[in-house]
Write a protein that binds this ligand. Structure first.
Ligand code: ATP
Ligand code: MG
Length: 465
């Protein structure tokens, strides 16, 4: 995108002026040539539309070539933006050779496309120049006998000399237009790509008359919700439930059953395919999404830290928060202790994916971030998955402080961490199959939850033995 916009800028800054003056020069000088001597004037001006047409047609062809070349070019950069962040996986599975080969192939493809462009260009340009020279030669052949009085209407030497001089000036704009055609083509194919992106419609758009709930209570209702990411494979099917404000809900179910999807819909990262989601009785689609999302806190399955200091990361959603506020949030998240032991404390820089921190540390920072925001609705997706039992207990304490007085959706595979939940929703293959308290669910004969729970108990028992 940035090199594309550069090219468009190039064209607007230089190309437009050059082309406009050239066209004006062409028209003016054409008139001068015709008034000097109409016969020779016609010889020079009649072929010009054909020359311009040739430039135009060639330009169209070049545009296609450029478009294809840029496509190949993005395939090449795709390859890099994929393998460089994933370099650990590449190395771990010893696939350097394969990735290098892939890169080389794409590089060769790019080279091939650009070579074709240069071929097309270098064969067209000399051809154009040659035809212009032939035109000049024709004028001499037709003009000289008339000056010498050998044939045709008489022509004074003075008129002929000025004609030849003006003709040379006349040819310059054609050359410039020809040269500019290249710039124009590059700019048009770039503009095409830029508008491809700009014209993409966002899938989530706020309704015309979007409303704000102030403050949000946190009552959540799913009404016969159906959802599919790709419009083909159904992920959630006929899901209905009602959550009271301040309730803590545990979402459980096998991997891939749709737990994270439920929270994605709740945060309106996607719109439901059918059915409705209501917050405090208002359809999610009619809420102003920015304002609504600010009242949702999320601790995600894979917490993301931005490049910057820990402080910046914690107060990401609330940049105006003071240091004391941040420290209180980190203490609540049990993160203050390890942060203050770092050499630069809260000013420690963390990398693109928080490389210098462990998974559990990152998770606690993302919990602190959610605490600081003080959201009405809190989503905890496997918030304790990346830590040992002791840290998990600490995080659990932090979360217990965090969940008070809010609507909470907690997802956990370790079912024991959800014993405090007011209610558990059990999801299997995108359907809500059971719901109730921990104890109630265990009493359902052959229940899904009972099955999952027993399995974990056995696993736990065998690993203790
Ligand atoms: N962005 C996406 N595009 C297409 N399909 C997706 C996308 N995200 C998830 N899915 C699919 O939707 C299904 C449900 O995924 P989801 O992430 O909700 O599962 P989950 O219950 O959270 O599982 P886990 O416990 O492993 O986190 C899966 O089959 C998954 O492949
Ligand atoms: Mg998940």
């Amino acid at each position: 995108m940035s090199s594309d916009t550069d090219r468009i800028w190039d064209f607007i800054a230089f190309g437009v002026v050059e082309v406009t003056t050239s066209v004006m020069m062409l028209a003016g000088l054409g008139a001068v040539l015709l008034s000097l001597d109409w016969r020779l004037g016609l010889v020079v001006t009649i072929p010009i539309p054909f020359v311009l047409a040739a430039i135009f047609l060639h330009g169209r062809r070049m545009q296609g070539l450029f478009l294809r070349a840029w496509r190949k070019w993005s395939q090449l950069t795709d390859c890099l933006s994929d393998t460089i962040p994933g370099v650990r996986v590449v190395k771990a599975f010893n696939r350097e050779g394969f990735e290098t080969k892939k890169f080389r192939e794409r590089n060769t493809a790019v080279l091939g496309k650009f070579t074709r462009i240069h071929h097309a260009w270098t064969s067209f340009w000399p051809g154009l120049m040659l035809s212009i020279q032939i035109l000049i030669l024709t004028v001499w052949i037709l003009g000289v006998p008339r000056v010498l009085g050998l044939s045709g209407a008489s022509l004074s030497a003075g008129t002929f000399v000025s004609f030849v001089l003006y003709m040379t000036m006349f040819m310059q704009p054609i050359e410039i237009i020809g040269q500019m055609a290249r710039m124009v083509n590059r700019a048009t194919s770039s503009a095409y790509r830029v508008f491809e992106v700009l014209d993409t419609k966002p899938q989530i758009v706020d309704a015309e008359a979007s409303v704000r709930l102030e403050p949000i209570q946190g009552r959540v209702t799913f009404e016969n919700v159906y959802f599919s990411y790709d419009g083909v494979r159904p992920i959630l099917r006929n899901m209905s439930f009602e959550i009271q404000a301040g309730e803590m809900i545990g979402l459980v179910g096998p991997s891939g059953s749709g737990k994270t999807t439920v929270t994605n819909l709740l945060a309106r990262f996607y719109d439901v395919s059918d059915g409705r989601i209501l917050v405090d009785g208002v359809d999610l689609k009619s809420l102003e999404s920015g304002h609504y999302r600010r009242q949702i806190g999320m601790v995600l399955q894979d917490p993301y830290l931005f490049h910057g200091s820990i402080l910046e990361n914690i107060r990401y959603a609330k940049p105006e928060a003071g240091l004391d506020e941040v420290i209180r949030a980190s203490e609540a998240a049990n993160a203050h202790k390890f942060i203050s032991q770092l050499p630069h404390g809260y000013d420690t820089m963390v990398g693109e994916r928080g490389h210098s921190l462990s998974g559990g540390e990152r998770q606690r920072i993302s919990i602190a971030r959610a605490i600081l925001l003080d959201p009405r609705i809190l989503i905890l997706d496997e918030a304790t998955s990346a830590v040992d039992t002791e840290t998990e207990r600490q995080i659990q304490d932090a979360l217990d402080r965090l969940v008070k007085g809010r609507t909470v959706f907690a997802i956990a595979h370790r079912l024991s961490t959800l014993t405090r939940a007011d209610r558990l929703l059990v999801i299997k293959e995108g359907r809500l199959v059971e719901q109730g308290r921990h104890q109630e669910l265990l009493e359902i004969p052959n229940g899904v939850f009972k099955g999952l729970y027993k399995l974990q108990q056995e696993l736990h028992a065998s690993s203790v033995v």
